[in-house]
Ligand binder design. Sequence first.
Ligand code: SAH
Ligand code: SF4
Length: 341
Amino acid sequence: MARTPLPIRSHLAVLGPYGVTRDELAALLADEPPYRVGQVWDALHRRAAWPAEMTELPMALRERLAVALAPALTPVLLREADGGETLKWAFEAEGGARIETVLMAYPDRVTVCVSSQAGCAMGCPFCATGQGGFVRHLRSAEIVEQVAWATRERPVTHVVFMGMGEPLANYDQTLGAVRRLHDEMGISWRRLTLSTVGLVPGIRRLTTEGIPVNLALSLHAANDELRNELVPINRRYPLARLAEACADYVAATHRRLSLEWAVIGGVNDRPEHAEELARFALRLGAHVNLIPLNETDGYRAPGLPRAAQFRARLRALGVNATLRRTRGQQIAAACGQLAGR
Ligand code: SAH
Ligand code: SF4
């Protein structure tokens, strides 16, 4: 077999170790014994080792791969909080785009929250990422590499697409990453969660994929008037169509839907909001995750008692609702604060 032609190699350096297919890796290793392909592939995916660290390889090969498969992301910041149980990276990607990744370790799981885009075009006014606007889509290799960086710190069990960006607006690259995390890194479908602002065509397409990942819908308001304001894309995909698409997803995958609700003081935390949410959730058999708002320009957090009262109201209406303990607030690692500052 011939050596890999140069143009592909310079392309690889941009995409990083997770931008090559197994066949491309085999081409890169054409002059090596065949077992090297599996050896390097497994080291990349199971150990999240960089080629320079693969001491099992001969030095010359290690050096060659360190160039050809150099990481695509450069960590520019790593901060820790919650006694080391929360880690936040800021990475610089190709072209200078900034993205963030958060690892949250719990007694029974290690969850990594990945970015799917640098910035976001959806413009939800309470979200720091939305306030910053859209920069660019991430490649699937860049999404997978975020998990690899985290795996180097802790064995990752769960991945949630709740960092910067709207995953279903970057559908192909997101799905490419989801498949690679499942197929090569061994993360089961039920430990992968896509969080969406509610792009109906994306939800419909996901329904046909035959991959039962968890779906989290960022609802925040269960009447169109308020949701149009908090989630501007609701004007294009209003609640009735969204509910239908979600119901079909649940029917096809048998996964339970979760509804994300950032509790915003005085905006969506009144009794009538709980009643509207309860109707929406019960119809879909959905679980509700309440997230006390992380304050951003112009939006206030509710007092904790008020958020707890909202949860109690939902529970009294028969809804399965949890109030999420927010992590990493001291290091701005919480939802909606990932703006690559
Ligand atoms: N774009 C996707 C995924 C990234 S946002 C989505 O919107 O679902 C991940 C979650 O953080 C979403 O539920 C989003 O609504 C929430 N979020 C955004 N800003 C927030 C804030 N300031 N406080 C709390 N949650 C926030
Ligand atoms: Fe984008 Fe999600 Fe933020 Fe809305 S909440 S602006 S969809 S990242």
